[in-house]
Design a protein around this ligand. Structure first.
Ligand code: NAD
Length: 460
C-alpha cells in the first residue's frame, strides 16, 4: 500500500497536530508554495489521472479535463486571492464604542478530515484540499474505495509530494472511514450520500466537530415555453448524461410545460444522436456505471413509467443507454430516490404553480434548473423555491464558477465551498476587539446607583 497505514491513524493525527502547533502551515508564503506544488503534481500526473478515471468510470478524456483536472484553475484562483483573503479585516464599531477598534482575523482550524465520493473522485477530494491548504490547515484525505484506480493515483501524488505529518492519505472503505471518524478532528468535510452524511454528523457530534456535508438529492429542471429549444436540449443532454448521469447536480428529472413537451422530447432525441451516435455503447464519449450494485439499482428504475428514448443496457459492460422516461408516477421509485444515473423522467405541468408545488413538497434539492427567458417567471421560481444553487438557461455550469459558493441546503447539505467559500469553510473568523488607555468611562461599573437613566439613553 502506498498510502499511510490505517493502524497508525492516531499517530498521524498526533504528528499533524505537532506540525500545526509549530505555526509553519499558517505562513502565507508556505501555503502558496504548497498550492503550487499541488498544481504542479497534478499537471505531472495528468496522464495517470486520465487513465485511472478511464478504468474506474470509462470517463472520456475530455470529461476528465473539464470536470477533474480543471481543479488546477481553482488553485490559480485561490493563489491569486489568498494574500487578500487572509489579511485581518477591519470591522466597524458604533459611536458608543469610539475608543475601540475591531478586526476579524481568519485563522486555520487545525487538523481536518476530507472524505470523498466515487463519481468525480479526483476533483471532489482535491478541491476541498485546496481550501484546507489555503486556510493553513493540516489534512487527512480519504478518497472513495469504489473509484479504486483514482484513489491509488491520489495516494501516489500526495505521498510523493507531501509529508504525511502535513497532508496524509488513508485509502479504504467503510472501515477506514469509520476508524477516522472515531478520532477528533477540527473540521470534517464530507461529500457523499445523505444516509452516510447522517453517520458522519453523528460521529462529529461526539467531539462537537464542525462539519461540511456536500450531499445529493433530486435536482429538478423546469422547462418553460420561452426558450431557444435547440440550446435547451443540448444543455440538458450534456448536464444529464455527462459521466453517465452520475453527477450530484445533474438534472434529476424534467418538469416541462405541456405545450413544449413534444418539441423537447424530439429535441432530446436529436441531441442524443448528435452527441453519442445511433448506438451510444459504441461512443468513446459515454461513461459507464461505476459498479454492479449501482447498475442493478438503475436497471430497476427502467420498470417505472414508459421508456421513450434508450432503455438498452449491457450488464457485462455496466452500460445503460441515455434514457428518457415518460408517464411516471410521483410514487414510482424513480421519482422517490436520487437517480444518479443516465435516466431522465419527464413530468408535464400546465401551470408553473404545479411545478413549484411539487418542488416545495420535497426535500430541498442541491440544484434547481430553469429554462425560461421570462423574467417574471425567473423571479417567481427564485422567490418561491429553495435549493443549494440555481442555474438559469443552463445546467451544471454553476459548479465551475469559483466566485459562487457551492453547497446544499436542508437535506442536500450543510455549508459550502469553492474559491473564497473554501477558504472560509476551513478558517475560523476570530473577532478581536481592542480598547485604548486614553480614558475610562465609568458608566458600566458598579455601584449602579443613579446610572440607569444614562444607560437607557445609551441603549435606546
Ligand atoms: P457514499 O455516501 O456512499 O460514500 C462517500 C464516502 O463515505 C466514501 O468515501 C465511503 O467510503 C464513505 N462511507 C460509505 N459508507 C460509510 C459509512 N457507513 N460510514 C462512514 N463512511 C462511509 O457516497 P457515494 O456513493 O460515493 O457518492 C454518491 C452520493 O454522493 C450521491 O448521493 C451524490 O449526490 C453525492 N454527491 C454529492 C456531491 C456534492 O458536491 N454535493 C458531489 C458528489 C456526490
Amino acid at each position: 500500500m502506498i498510502t499511510t497505514e490505517l493502524s497508525n491513524v492516531g499517530e498521524i493525527i498526533q504528528n499533524q497536530r505537532e506540525v500545526f502547533q509549530t505555526g509553519k502551515t499558517k505562513d502565507i508564503t508556505f501555503r502558496i508554495e504548497q498550492l503550487k506544488i499541488l498544481k504542479q503534481a497534478i499537471i505531472e500526473h495528468e496522464q495517470a489521472i486520465v487513465e485511472a478515471l478511464q478504468a474506474d468510470l470509462h470517463k472520456p478524456e475530455v470529461e476528465t479535463y473539464i470536470t477533474e483536472i480543471s481543479v488546477v484553475k481553482e488553485i490559480d484562483y485561490v493563489i491569486k486571492h489568498l494574500q487578500n483573503w487572509s489579511k485581518p479585516k477591519k470591522a466597524s464599531v458604533s459611536w458608543d464604542f469610539f475608543s475601540y477598534s475591531a478586526r476579524i482575523y481568519p485563522e486555520p482550524l487545525g487538523v481536518v478530515l476530507i472524505i470523498g465520493p466515487w463519481n468525480y473522485p479526483f476533483q471532489l477530494i482535491i478541491s476541498p484540499l485546496v481550501g484546507a491548504i489555503a486556510a493553513g490547515n493540516c489534512a487527512i484525505i480519504k478518497p472513495s474505495e469504489i473509484a479504486s484506480h483514482t484513489s491509488d493515483v491520489i495516494a501516489k501524488i500526495i505521498t510523493k509530494h507531501f509529508d504525511p505529518a502535513y497532508i496524509a492519505v488513508i485509502e479504504g472503505g467503510v472501515e477506514a472511514s469509520q476508524k477516522l471518524l472515531a478520532e477528533k478532528f477540527d473540521h470534517i468535510f464530507f461529500t457523499g450520500g445523505t444516509a452516510v452524511g447522517k453517520i458522519v454528523m453523528a460521529a462529529a457530534a461526539k467531539y462537537l466537530t464542525p462539519v461540511t456535508l456536500e450531499l445529493g438529492g433530486k435536482s429538478p429542471c423546469i422547462v418553460d415555453t420561452e426558450i431557444n429549444i435547440e440550446h435547451t436540449v443540448r444543455r440538458i443532454t450534456w448536464g444529464k448524461f455527462i459521466n453517465a448521469g452520475q453527477t450530484c447536480i445533474a438534472p434529476d428529472y424534467l418538469l416541462v410545460n405541456k405545450k413544449i413537451k413534444k418539441d423537447l422530447i424530439d429535441g432530446l432525441e436529436k441531441s442524443l444522436k448528435e452527441f453519442y451516435g445511433n448506438n451510444p455503447i459504441n461512443s468513446p464519449d459515454y461513461a459507464r456505471i461505476i459498479s454492479q450494485k449501482h447498475f442493478d439499482r438503475l436497471v430497476n428504475f427502467l420498470k417505472d413509467g414508459e421508456v421513450i428514448i434508450g432503455g438498452e443496457n449491457q450488464p457485462s459492460e455496466r452500460y445503460i443507454a441515455p434514457t428518457v422516461i415518460d408517464n411516471v408516477s410521483l410514487e414510482d421509485s424513480v421519482m422517490q430516490e436520487e437517480i444518479f444515473g443516465p435516466i431522465l423522467p419527464i413530468i408535464e405541468y400546465t401551470d408553473i404553480a404545479e411545478a413549484i408545488a411539487l418542488i416545495t413538497s420535497r426535500p430541498k434539492p442541491l440544484a434547481l434548473y430553469l429554462f425560461s427567458q421570462d423574467k417574471n417567471l425567473q423571479k417567481r421560481v427564485l422567490q418561491e423555491t429553495s435549493s443549494g444553487g440555481v442555474c438559469i438557461n443552463d445546467t451544471v455550469m454553476q459548479v465551475g464558477v469559483s466566485s459562487l459558493p457551492f453547497g446544499g441546503v436542508g437535506d442536500s447539505g450543510i455549508g459550502n465551498y469553492h474559491g473564497k467559500a473554501s477558504f472560509d469553510t476551513f478558517s475560523h473568523n476570530k473577532s478581536v476587539l481592542q480598547n485604548s488607555f486614553w480614558f475610562d468611562l465609568k458608566w458600566r461599573y458598579a455601584p449602579y446607583e443613579g446610572k440607569l437613566p444614562l444607560i437607557k439613553k445609551l441603549l435606546g
